[in-house]
Design a protein around this ligand. Structure first.
Ligand code: DQA
Length: 144
């Protein structure tokens, strides 16, 4: 199974952001723990601070026949119609992940532009959210 783990703006700065909100793990740590935990998954990892690069990567995943995408869109999740449209047009299912509980934070974070075109959303479970998303996709594939 091929899974793209896609991360949006400022997630490259994770270990330097507010650890009370985002936890202490760096994105590199999360990435290597995912690889260690799921030996049978063929992962691709991509992070960008640029909206268009994220759109391009979603299109590329679609063209390459990736099975699913685990996507933390960062702040673009609240604002990006372009990301929403990209997710809507591609075949691989997308799970939206946020480390923090976006509904317990400022009002401008309560809305997700991409949630309606994702198969589900995990918010507020920290780095564990990525693992739970992959686990879900694994189970769903096994049951299909
Ligand atoms: C985030 C939540 C967003 O509101 C924020 O802009 C981020 C990180 C999260 O993982 O909790 O950059 O996506």
């Amino acid at each position: 199974m091929r899974i793209l783990v896609l991360n949006g703006p400022n997630l490259n700065m994770l270990s330097e952001r507010d650890s009370a909100v985002y936890g202490q793990d760096s994105l590199a740590q999360i990435t290597s723990e995912l690889v260690q935990s799921f030996g049978d998954i063929d992962f691709e990892f991509f992070q960008s601070n640029a909206e268009g690069a994220l759109v391009d990567r979603l299109h590329a995943a679609h063209r390459a026949g990736v099975d699913a995408v685990v996507f933390n869109p960062g702040a673009y999740g609240h604002t990006s119609i372009a990301l929403r449209d990209a997710i809507e047009v591609i075949t691989p299912p997308v799970i939206e992940v946020h480390l923090s509980n976006i509904y317990a934070r400022q009002g401008f974070r309560h809305h997700s532009m991409i949630a309606p075109v994702c198969i589900g959303q995990i918010s507020g479970l920290g780095a564990r959210g990525y693992f739970l998303a992959v686990r879900y996709l694994q189970r769903a594939a096994a049951e299909a």
